[in-house]
Design a protein around this ligand. Structure first.
Ligand code: GLV
Ligand code: MG
Length: 364
């Protein structure tokens, strides 16, 4: 157990640094769209993407070639300085803490564009000590740059030890904004035998029991249905619990098969249903999927509002369409209604759809 007083969590870690936040604001972040700031073709598209995606993330880590690391860092400073991001958040993914680039990433980005950066994503986090390192150095750099609000930190869950320590990571600092699943690095670190970036695997399945023939013998070679299982269920569920405990936000991560928009949608929806608020987008195609999947459906909001209306003061039980609703189902409905309100505030199309919902006359 740590001997740090809970009161001291909210003392800035450097003289002159902004005070840590007591609550992480619930800002929509359905899609975190990755771009490579060293790629001029991608960078040219960024200003038009403002307002079409909740988060734009300048990626400095994996997928940026070693020879382009400096160009990516400088490219991010340039695009961030020249662009008005309006309602769209700007995040970056820095290089890993053991890399030769990370210190320069931080000492360049915070003074130059710290006032525009909402969140810094830290890859390959192993434990709370990695967050503590970033926490202190950000406080020092923020103080030096005269920043007025703290930059938040997001950890990628992509090492076996990180998964084992996920609660400690989530609770390591008031700067912690959220955690994403990093299935590609995590698979390698755990020595899983997959070769994909996120998603399922046809070999990871269960098979229905064999039928018996007329003589009562088991026919193991008969046609038997198989059901693919979700390789990521355990990790996502563990991450969601850690994030909910810490009052921060969980995310799916990359889904590498850009062409398979159907399977991407399934993985994103599983994550949404389990409690995640968003996912990464590696291609503009995935933004549309994420915005749809991580927004409650009109049907869900209609039902949720009916339950809220029927439950009056929120206690007791009522029957709606033959189903029992009570305090606990009301709380689930309120999660959806609150999320819909947050999303409607930044997404006019969604607001129109939610505003058009008409509730039936109950009891009629
Ligand atoms: C993401 O960074 C991953 O490794 O999946
Ligand atoms: Mg990774």
């Amino acid at each position: 157990m740590s001997l740090k007083s809970p009161k001291d969590f909210f003392v800035p870690l450097a003289v002159g640094a902004p005070a840590p936040l007591r609550e992480i604001p619930a800002r929509p972040s359905r899609a975190i769209h990755f771009f490579d700031p060293s790629n001029p073709k991608m960078v040219d598209k960024i200003p038009q993407m403002v307002g079409t995606v909740d988060v734009l993330l300048g990626n400095l880590e994996d997928a940026v070639k070693a020879d382009n690391k400096l160009a990516a860092r400088e490219g991010l400073v340039k695009i961030a300085s020249e662009t008005d991001f309006g309602p769209t958040q700007l995040w970056t993914r820095i290089n890993s803490l053991d890399s030769p680039w990370v210190l320069d990433d931080l000492t360049t980005l915070v003074p130059a564009i710290g006032h525009k950066l909402d969140v810094i994503m830290v890859p390959k986090v192993q434990g709370a000590e990695d967050i503590h390192y970033i926490d202190r150095i950000l406080a020092q750099l923020e103080a030096k740059a005269g920043l007025e609000r703290p930059i938040l930190v997001h950890a990628i869950l992509e090492t076996a030890r990180g998964v084992a320590e996920v609660e400690n990571i989530a609770l390591a600092s008031p700067r912690m904004q959220g955690i994403s699943l990093g299935p590609a690095d995590l698979a390698a670190d755990r020595k899983m035998k997959t070769t994909r970036v996120g998603g399922g695997h046809p070999g990871y399945l269960v098979r229905e029991d064999p039928p018996k023939n007329a003589a009562g013998d088991t026919e193991i070679n008969a046609q038997r249905s198989t059901f693919q299982q979700d390789l990521w269920h355990y990790t996502i569920a563990k991450m969601v619990d850690a994030c909910a405990t810490a009052g921060i936000y969980p995310y799916y991560g990359p889904f590498g098969d850009i062409t398979d928009v159907v399977a991407a949608e399934d993985q994103f929806r599983n994550a949404f249903l389990l409690g995640c608020v968003g996912t990464w987008s590696l291609h503009p195609k995935q933004i549309e999927i994420a915005n749809r999947v991580f927004s409650p459906s009109v049907e869900d909001i209609k039902h949720a509002r009916r339950v809220v209306a029927a439950m009056g003061d929120g206690t007791g039980a009522v029957m709606l369409d033959g189903k029992m609703e009570d305090d606990a189902s009301l709380k689930q409905c309120l999660v959806l209604v609150e999320l819909a309100e947050q999303l409607a505030a930044i997404d006019p199309k969604l607001k129109e759809q939610y505003d058009a919902i008409e509730l039936p006359e109950e009891g009629a």
